[in-house]
Design a protein around this ligand. Structure first.
Ligand code: F6R
Length: 239
């Protein structure tokens, strides 16, 4: 694991530079994206680099980690909407080559087809991850089997409470989501995990220094050969 520590601004710039290098070497890269608060600065940097002509998404294919069940892409809390608003609408990516799991008409069988689509695209070159306070990656909550592929999950009360900040009330937070599995994430050729803020410090410590266990889903990353972890000083404060 390579760990990069800096201010929020510095790590967003450093992670963006990683994408600049990748996309200049491999313009048709397959990128795995995440939603949530954490990647916003990085997406802002990617938009700036794209506008400055320093990187292009014109040949990129992308796959997002997850989506809420029951929200279609026009719902302002759906992850498809988030990606359009915070990245895709502002860069030269072909929308038809951007994939987010469907939150409608879901089944484990349909979800598993997402893994097939990723394989057919050649596999993910760089998967971006945030991390939940309980160690979840994507919506793989504690005790998700390491062998899991894309599947439907019931969200924990903790995750629904944390995410209720984006909804009018907790009752509006969906109870289920479709998420890439842990194996789907681990199949990526390389992984970038970003964590910001003091609240993430304990779980970052467990992820990096603790036992590799399904109780802490992100701890599986210790077993991946190409992982970079970008932390602000607060998130790194217990390492
Ligand atoms: C989002 C996702 C989640 C978030 C995590 C952290 O696509 O898969 O695992 O990365 O919940 O969320 P934030 O960044 O809002 O702290």
């Amino acid at each position: 694991m390579k760990i990069v520590v800096g201010t929020r601004e510095e790590i967003a710039k450093k992670a963006a530079a990683r994408y600049e290098k990748l996309l200049n070497e491999r313009p048709n890269a397959v990128l795995g994206f995440a939603t949530g608060s954490t990647p916003l600065d990085l997406y802002g940097e990617l938009i700036n680099l794209n506008k400055a002509g320093r990187l292009s998404f014109a040949e990129v294919t992308s796959f997002n980690l997850d989506e809420y069940v029951g929200l279609d892409g026009t719902h302002d809390q759906s992850y498809r909407y988030f990606m359009n608003e915070n990245l895709f609408n502002h860069v030269d990516i072909r929308k038809e080559c951007t994939f987010v799991p469907s939150g409608l008409d879901v089944s484990d069988e349909k979800a598993a087809q997402y893994d097939e689509a990723i394989k057919a695209a050649g596999g993910i070159d760089v998967q971006l991850l945030g991390i939940g306070n309980n160690g979840h990656i994507g919506f793989n909550e504690p005790n998700t089997p390491f062998g899991s592929i894309t599947h439907v999950v019931e969200l924990t009360q903790n995750t629904r409470e944390v995410n209720s900040r984006f909804f009018a009330s907790i009752d509006e937070v969906p109870t289920h989501a479709v998420t890439m599995g842990i194996k789907t994430v681990m199949n990526a050729k390389s992984i970038i995990l970003v964590a910001l803020g003091k609240a993430k410090a304990p779980i970052i410590r467990e992820t990096v220094l603790g036992e590799v266990t399904p109780k802490v889903p992100a701890s599986v990353l210790q077993l991946h050969p190409e992982v970079e972890i970008y932390l602000d000083y607060e998130a790194a404060s217990l390492l």
